[in-house]
Ligand binder design. Structure first.
Ligand code: FRU
Length: 492
């Protein structure tokens, strides 16, 4: 009888969708408030689009294994960017190829003829068969549309819409409606450059220009996952071009950089040197949402690195996305830069567990639940060592030393799955004093934002027990004020 009641309670909770079983999203290292697929392999965010009150996140997905394989587009949506609902796989491979990264737009004026407000995905077909036969035109661009908010999709019968006969890397289209030219623009990653196209109907595309600022490609790795959008600082309009590089970034492996410049609908010209958007090793393929109200620019990145992404020690699923971050354009004596602020609804899943106006160093606090935490404080000084540790002697060291910020994860738990994972201390150069810290921990990741999101560093790590001790030390007369430790609620 007892079992019958239990089974009945479980089934009725399931069918009313009120609650998930307790062990749902509770495996070792499973993020509690970051996006992960229920199971199997995930890489880049794709088709980020806001429509009808919901943020849609599509993503590179291989539903058969926890390593990269023939790519599909997985799909989830959210109203607040923290609570996600999973949807069926949106795009499956077909005879034209596997479905690589791309974007999604809302066709308000029915320019493509699929219907007013059709959600249209623009993606890359990657055809391995051509590749094994020795052809090098393995990547082409294609479109598909959905008339039910991304749940079911129809691929366009005239696919592919852009082909090429010589470029091996020719992928990851990002498309937006440019009202200044009354047409669609596409930016496309191609080897060591971005190719820019225009179209009136998303089906016929005209090549316009190449953006290729690096004289020596051997120093920067392949260009992938690009994005281009307009931002305003005070009264000045600038265009921001985001470019992801698969390897050779400042701390090794994959990373995201950006250019600020001008764009006339055909040619992009950068007006200052490029910058890195995040200095950690686990921030890749970052792109922004299309169509967010009030011109907001919200970005999500994949929290991993091609150096070791396929070897990380999880079994059910592999890899997570960063929290969504709102970008704003700011300016200092070194030119324009992007600030990143964690998407605004974070406050709604926080519970304060500790706060202190003036912190006397060294400061130690044990028995914290640092596996789901936000730590914030104001800072004055030049040097600070923050150590997060567990009772097994594993720790993560975060350090500020004059104008260098660093993360050392060499003793953070399981690291031996890859030689590259913890071989270096990761560093980030700073061009001003640090005034505030925001540190967000979710079991197996840390996102660090300094100076109201001016500097950013993102890392994953795999402790054998959650971190519960916090230590703050300084060998100079640094000062910490307004320390807050918040618990972050599980959103799954
Ligand atoms: C970036 C990337 C893209 C490609 C996709 C394939 O991580 O290599 O360039 O479209 O992943 O999964």
């Amino acid at each position: 009888m007892k079992y019958l009641i239990l089974i009945f309670t479980f089934l009725s909770l399931q069918s009313f969708g009120q609650s998930k079983p307790e062990d749902y999203y509770n495996e070792t290292h499973r993020p509690q408030f970051h996006f992960t697929p229920e199971s199997k392999w995930m890489n880049d965010p794709n088709g980020l689009v806001y429509y009808n009150g919901k943020y849609h996140l599509f993503y590179q997905y291989y539903p058969e294994d926890i390593v990269w394989g023939p790519m599909h587009w997985g799909h989830a949506s959210s109203e607040d960017l923290y609570h996600w609902e999973h949807h069926p796989i949106a795009l499956y491979p077909d005879k034209l190829g596997n479905i690589f990264s791309g974007c999604a737009v809302i066709d308000e004026n029915n320019t493509a003829g699929f219907g007013k407000n059709a959600m249209i995905a623009i993606f890359t077909y990657h055809n391995d068969e051509l590749w094994t036969k020795g052809y090098r035109n393995t990547e082409s661009q294609a479109i598909a549309y959905s008339l039910d908010e991304g749940i079911t999709w129809t691929k366009y019968s005239g696919n592919p819409v852009i082909t090429n006969s010589s470029e091996k890397d020719f992928r990851d289209p990002n498309v937006f409606w440019n009202s200044e030219i009354n047409a669609w623009n596409m930016v496309l990653a191609s080897g060591d450059r971005v190719k820019i196209f225009t179209s009136e109907n998303l089906k016929e595309w005209k090549y316009k220009s190449d953006f290729k600022p690096d004289p020596d490609i051997s120093k920067v790795g392949t260009w992938e996952c690009v994005d281009l959008f307009k931002m305003t600082h005070k009264d000045t309009e600038k265009w921001v071009m985001i470019v992801n590089h698969d390897r050779l970034t400042p701390n090794g492996g994959s990373g995201t950089r950006y250019f600020v410049g001008d764009f006339d609908g055909e040619v992009f010209t950068n007006t200052q040197p490029s910058k890195w958007l995040d200095y950690g090793t686990d921030y890749y393929a970052g792109v922004t949402f299309y169509n967010v109200p009030n011109n907001k620019r919200i970005l999500i990145s994949w929290m991993s690195n091609w150096l070791y992404a396929q070897k990380t020690p999880t079994k059910v699923w592999r890899s997570a996305m960063t929290l969504a971050r709102e970008l704003t354009l700011d300016k200092d004596e070194n030119g324009y830069f992007l600030r990143q602020n964690i998407a605004e609804k974070l406050d709604e899943i926080l519970n304060n567990v500790y706060s202190k106006k003036e912190v006397v160093m060294p400061f130690k606090k044990n028995d914290l639940k640092l596996s789901q935490a936000e730590i914030t404080f104001n800072f004055k000084g030049e040097q600070l060592l923050m150590t997060l540790s567990n009772t097994k002697g594993e720790y993560l060291k975060i350090e500020l030393n004059d104008k260098t910020f660093s993360i050392d994860r060499s003793k953070s738990g399981i690291t031996d799955f890859s030689k590259e994972f913890a071989e270096n201390i990761q560093t980030m150069p700073l061009d001003e004093e640090v005034t505030d810290f925001q540190i967000i921990l979710d079991r197996a990741s840390v996102e660090i934002l300094l100076n109201n999101g001016k500097y950013s560093m993102t890392n994953i790590f795999f402790p054998n027990e959650e971190f519960s001790n916090l230590k703050l030390e300084s060998n100079s007369d640094s000062k910490i004020t307004n320390l807050m430790i918040n618990h972050v609620k599980k959103t799954w």
